[in-house]
Design a protein around this ligand. Structure first.
Ligand SMILES: [Zn+2]
Length: 340
């Protein structure tokens, strides 16, 4: 597949849609493109590194395309944090469906979000109270919820912490086993767009993130990974609910949506970054992965899939996230084929 063509094509359609949506939603999160200086209180050395796309919204106060963001239709329990400084901003119970194309909340965590007059002289801009990152705008008097407030926030300005992780962090140093209800799985099976598409549709999967892992470069870019010099593999991180599905189910799905007999390639995608590899996050996952590989070998398959202890997983650039969902297409490179 030609990804670069895909990326260009994926941008032209949203740009047209966005132009229409921006006219319709006159009071929405429109970008005026102003550069407004603000004083950030946070320790800048602690900020997360931003991609150009993230910087365009968070620093330069741009606006992501409506209906394009990761959290527009996202409904999991947890906390939304600032992409740049990590401060907690919004809680999932305050999120509501406003149909405006951006994640909407009718309340914020106390003192976490600061309101400032927008440079357009009309709207009210919202920024992270800790670091000044641009989040979007706030509107009142629309009568959408009982609180009569709509914080209209760019997905790209946010990160999300599932309920279980929040509990784990707030407990006083002790791991909250009871509250830790979700588990992570990491798979590399060729172009991560298609792998993510297949896992997103699976019951019990809470969230998916495409990214890079298994190499030797910190926070690599897509371009670096494509060069084949980083050792990183295109991979996806799946957060799942073990009460609704099992790691074994997910690992079986992984084998059933890609060609695990190919070495360092998936069809037209050739290179080490397209290798088949399971990165286990605990010993139980390792046992399951090895068991499934043994079953496949018994069935006569030559299995190229490596099984490796998970290291750091680097989230890929935003335009790679939910690629097929955003593009409204289905992958040709990752098609389900029953084996087990
Ligand atoms: Zn912040």
């Amino acid at each position: 597949m030609n990804k670069f063509y895909g990326i260009i094509r994926n941008r032209i359609i949203p740009v047209t849609l966005a132009a229409i949506a921006l006219m319709l939603f006159f009071t929405g999160c429109r970008s005026i493109g102003y550069y407004v200086s603000h004083s950030a209180k946070g320790d800048k050395s602690m900020y997360n590194k931003l991609t150009l796309e993230e910087e365009n919204v968070i620093v330069n106060k741009g606006t992501e395309m409506p209906f394009s963001g990761k959290y527009v239709n996202f409904k999991e329990d947890g906390t939304y944090t600032c992409k740049r400084c990590g401060a907690e901003l919004y809680k999932s119970p305050d999120k509501f469906d406003s149909h405006c194309g951006w994640p909407s909340f009718d309340d914020a965590i106390p003192d976490a979000v600061k309101r400032i007059p927008d440079a357009d002289g009309v709207r009210t801009e919202i920024v992270c109270a800790n670091c000044g990152a641009h989040l979007g705008h706030v509107f009142e008097g629309e009568g959408l919820t009982s609180k009569d407030t709509r914080y209209c926030v760019n997905s790209i300005s946010l990160n999300f912490k599932p309920e279980s992780e929040s509990k784990e962090e707030t407990s006083t140093g002790q791991k909250a086993d009871a509250g830790n209800k979700y588990e992570k799985a990491i798979f590399a099976g060729g172009c991560f767009w298609g792998v993510e598409y297949q896992f997103q549709k699976t019951p019990g999967v809470i969230s998916t993130t495409v990214g890079y892992t298994g190499g030797h470069v910190d926070d690599p870019t897509y371009k670096q990974v494509c060069s084949g010099e980083t050792g990183e593999a295109e991979a996806i991180e799946v957060v799942f609910d073990p009460s609704k599905t099992t790691y074994e189910n997910l690992a079986k799905l992984f084998f059933e949506i890609h060609d695990f007999t190919q070495v360092n390639r998936q069809g037209p995608d050739i290179g080490e970054q397209y290798r088949s590899e399971i990165f286990y996050t605990n010993d139980d996952q390792k046992i399951v992965a090895e068991k499934l590989i043994a079953i496949l070998k018994d069935k006569g398959y030559k299995v190229a899939t490596k099984v490796t202890k998970a290291g750091k997983f680097w989230s890929a650039e935003d335009y790679h996230q939910d690629y097929y969902e955003k593009a409204g297409k289905t992958p040709e490179c990752h098609v389900y084929k029953k084996i087990f």
